[in-house]
Design a protein. Sequence first.
Length: 386
Amino acid sequence: MKIVDVCAFYSPRGGGVKTYVGQKLKIAERMGQDITILAPGDDNAVIEFGRCARIQTIASPRFPLDRKYWYFNDEQGLHAALDKLAPDFVEASSPWRSPLMVANWRPETPKALVMHADPLSAYAYRWLEPLVSREMIDRRFLRYWDHVRQLGRLYDAVVCASKDLASRMSAGGVGNVVTVPMGVEANRFAASKRNENLRASLLAQCGLSPDATLLVAAGRLAPEKRLPMLVEAVTIAGRHRQMGLAIFGEGRDNTNILRAIGGNPHIRLFRPERDREQFASVLASADAFVHGCEAETFCMTAAEASASGIPVIVPDRGGAADFAKGEMGLSYRAADPADLVRAILSLPDRFARRSAAVMTLEMDDHFAALFAIYQHLCSGQISHAA
């Protein structure tokens, strides 16, 4: 099957989508699929990742609010690229304008919208929920819901990676919703990769001894990730128990996070760890993973932390919430720093609850399920919604 993923959120500078795309290219080819990631970029270019896997970029403008991303602005150019690639199946992975461009290309070709973003949670709910109810916000954003419902009619499948997002889409009247949970990179993350010397080194860089608790956060530095809230909560919790927070990431909210850290020597902001094996050791060597964003569609880093055998402390909404349901998870009320402090201080002794195998779903399982759906759609075994 020849698949084209029209991936508006891809950036070579990192992020969860880049991690997902990298694994998709490797796994798809191994599973006998021909895969092209069609993304906006500075230039028209093709980067081959194998005989049947590649990233093709279309020259596009930079996204003004985050310059490491681009956006599709030329529907005819996008259609011309699709004409040349002639896929059997097309994905779109943005809920904004580009899926309408894709839907207008050869309506007879089966298509899926993969929800790599949840704009209502990332923006509308985050900004307005302290003032009005979620139901009121949904009514105010009826045009967005109408847009997503239209996409549900135009696409053969609307793929969500978490139950939380899938249930909200279905409750909002979006059709063709399917849940395909993601997983972790095979054989990468495990409790056995714990390194006490690495743990001690990270704590030392936080001005603490190995007797302290080491918390880790990781990901794109953006306002919806609520990293200043994590800093505030760890600072307060640190008055009751020695603990350090090591944050790994980069992004446009860097200055706000450094301002929140201020003079706290026990919280450090590090550059992203690009070496995946070293990052696996960082996670396994921590005493817990902490996350602030309730707008995740899945939360890859929480999955990787769970697979690394450490407790995860996550909000009770969004994709990350799925990882608080087992014995190694702790949840707090989303966007509530006081409840986050409570969750942090409820952490058990760091040796008490470690597990050698917590997260079992791997990305191979995710892509096998996803490609099976696409194959069914190509063969007409799943009907298009009217």
